[in-house]
Design a protein around this ligand. Structure first.
Ligand SMILES: Cc1cc2nc3c(=O)[nH]c(=O)nc-3n(C[C@H](O)[C@H](O)[C@H](O)COP(=O)(O)O)c2cc1C
Length: 352
């Protein structure tokens, strides 16, 4: 089967993307996921107005390092002129590999002003935005949609065709409606239908929790690329595992506890180097720590300790004490007849 080609260089014909995630897909995590096999990463969504006004906090979130390429900057807003200005600023100042438009965000304060998935109620506006942004930047413009605003307005193929018509070069589909938020399951049949209907590459997104899920999605939908969000929490190696399965190889083993702690510490060091406020960075990092230890024996106590850390040196100490006692925790869990299967389940977290 011929592969649809992406408008920028990707290391693999069926690329795996780290999904844009506010508060999660920040520069250090993007670098880490690249190191673990993600082919493409995207910034969290950034307000067109914030970029246009060169707001300090927004500009700070636009920083990325060369190792993060290929990278897309995701912008949101409902005013085509502001979106075009923002794309021009991003292009001039940061030169990412592509600009991505968010038509999927379900958060109230965004959709109230017709941003994110709010745009899906007005497909003329979606097209206007895509055209204005494509005109304002020489970079490829891509977009991320949901299946529709509501059940009644559910029409992923119709929406996707309008996006393609207006110049989108890649389209990611999170196959839920806005009204579903994060409930129910993503409808992978819709990803298959959109992939078949479009000439541009389509990324399948929604409910990939393990590498096996990712392979199942690809087999089920024939999507041109795979986008993983929450499934990367605390297990960036999901990308390497998925690549092996896509290449027809055996599933690489999930890292041991000591190995997963080493990854968490490497991630922490990246955050430390990147963030200017070390205490704030450590506090922000607590959520990642919780994800790294999810499912381990005695993880509730471990998480409690980790959720109190105020600097990264404490994390190292907590991990080494845990490893010294690991056999005991494991035996205790076995005695209580509780299997631990690390990294196979993900909380259904709300987007923001
Ligand atoms: C914490 C969080 C933040 C998110 N932020 C964004 C965002 O900034 N832009 C975006 O397009 N989608 C965002 N999303 C949606 C994800 O990109 C993705 O579409 C969704 O989580 C479904 O994929 P998953 O099941 O693999 O997580 C966010 C999701 C979560 C959980």
């Amino acid at each position: 089967m011929a592969f649809k080609s992406f408008p920028f260089r990707t290391p693999n014909a069926v690329p795996m993307y780290l999904a844009p995630m506010a508060g999660v897909s920040e520069s250090p995590f993007r670098r880490l996921c690249h190191e673990h096999g993600a082919d493409v990463v995207v910034t969290e969504f950034l307000s067109a107005e914030g970029i246009r006004r060169e707001n300090d906090a927004t500009m700070d979130k636009l920083r990325f390092s060369p190792e993060e390429r290929p990278i897309g900057v995701q912008i949101f807003g409902a005013d085509p002129a502001a979106m075009a200005d923002a794309a021009a600023v991003v292009t001039d100042l940061f030169q990412p590999d592509f600009v991505d438009i968010n038509f999927g965000c379900p958060v109230k304060k965004v959709v109230r002003r017709n941003g994110g998935s709010g745009c899906l109620r007005d497909l003329d506006l979606v097209q206007e935005i895509l055209r204005a942004v494509s005109k304002a930047t020489p970079l490829p413009v891509t977009c991320k949609i949901r299946s529709g605003w509501s059940e009644e307005m559910r029409d992923p193929v119709g929406i996707a065709l309008r996006c393609q018509d207006a110049g989108a070069r890649v389209l990611a589909l999170h196959a839920r409606t806005r009204t579903q938020m994060y409930t129910g399951m993503a409808n992978w049949d819709e990803i298959a239908a959109v992939t078949a209907a479009l000439d541009i590459p389509v990324l399948g997104n929604g409910d990939i929790k393990t590498a096996l899920d990712a392979k199942r999605m690809r087999d089920h939908t024939q999507c041109d690329g795979i986008m993983i969000g929450r499934g990367s929490y605390g297990q960036p190696w999901i990308f390497r595992q998925t690549r092996a399965l896509l290449d027809g190889e055996a599933l690489p083993e999930t890292p041991s506890v000591a190995e997963r702690f080493a990854v968490a510490l490497a991630h922490a060091r990246m955050v430390q180097q990147y963030e200017v406020d070390p205490i704030g960075a450590a506090l922000e990092f607590r959520k990642h720590l919780g994800w790294y230890v999810k499912g381990l024996p005695n993880s509730a106590d471990l998480r409690k300790l980790l959720h109190q850390v105020k600097d990264f040196a404490e994390v190292e100490k907590i991990f080494s004490t845990y490893l010294e006692n690991f056999e005991m925790y494991r035996e205790r869990a076995a005695a209580e007849n509780r299997d631990w299967v690390a990294g196979t389940s993900v909380d259904s977290l709300q987007y923001l």
